[in-house]
Unconditional design. Structure first.
Length: 199
């Protein structure tokens, strides 16, 4: 399967998702600066979603730059990942309107869980398929990614989801803090060779 076509399709979907997310931002009817204050929960949710998608795209770009082949299972895992990503504008908008409500936060957690599962499968398949095809250095590069090592550790994931359930029960709005911490300490810690891929 043509790797470039998959990358172009993925980039287009992500661009559409980001566009829809900003279109959910409601322009205040008043011209006073204070009129923006009711929109602050959405702004916070949007910023986290934007950072979330941006770091995911960077890691995705790294994996696809490294891979030597795209198999059918990589294609389907990528499609599942994009499907989960396409729900982020809905989850972001709903949280933005009801940041302290459990229902929107649980929906966001479900989307985040589906996204994580699809991304984990995608990265696993890319590494595994490259290793089976004799491209061991590619598989090693993918497996050395911080996000890969974190997501493949059942202890890390179990701890995260236990904390997430407790947060959703007692302080739903804190879920966004958990997501931003994961982005900053896991997702945004890229491999050192990521800046040298096209030099």
């Amino acid at each position: 399967m043509n790797k470039g076509r998959i990358e172009a399709f993925t980039d287009a979907i992500i661009a559409i998702v980001l566009t829809i997310m900003i279109l959910e931002f409601k322009v205040p009817e008043s011209t006073k600066l204070s009129a923006i204050l009711p929109q602050l929960p959405y702004v916070v949710s949007y910023m986290i979603g934007y950072l979330f998608i941006g770091t995911a795209w960077y890691n995705h770009h790294y994996m696809f730059s490294k891979t030597k082949l795209v198999t059918q299972r990589v294609f389907w895992a990528n499609l599942a990942w994009m499907f989960a990503t396409s729900f982020l504008p809905v989850a972001t908008a709903w949280i933005g309107e009801h940041i302290n409500s459990r229902g929107p936060q649980i929906f966001y957690a479900i989307i985040y869980g589906l996204w994580s599962a699809a991304y984990m499968l995608l990265s696993y398949y890319i590494a595994d398929d490259n290793e089976k095809a004799g491209h061991k250095s590619v598989a090693e590069s993918i497996r050395s990614m911080k996000i890969y090592r974190y997501m493949m550790s059942w202890k890390n994931m179990l701890l995260f989801y236990i904390v997430l359930v407790v947060v959703l029960i007692y302080m739903p709005a804190l879920q966004l803090l958990l997501v931003i911490l994961q982005i900053l300490f896991v997702g945004s810690r890229f491999n050192k060779d990521s800046d040298k891929l096209f030099n």
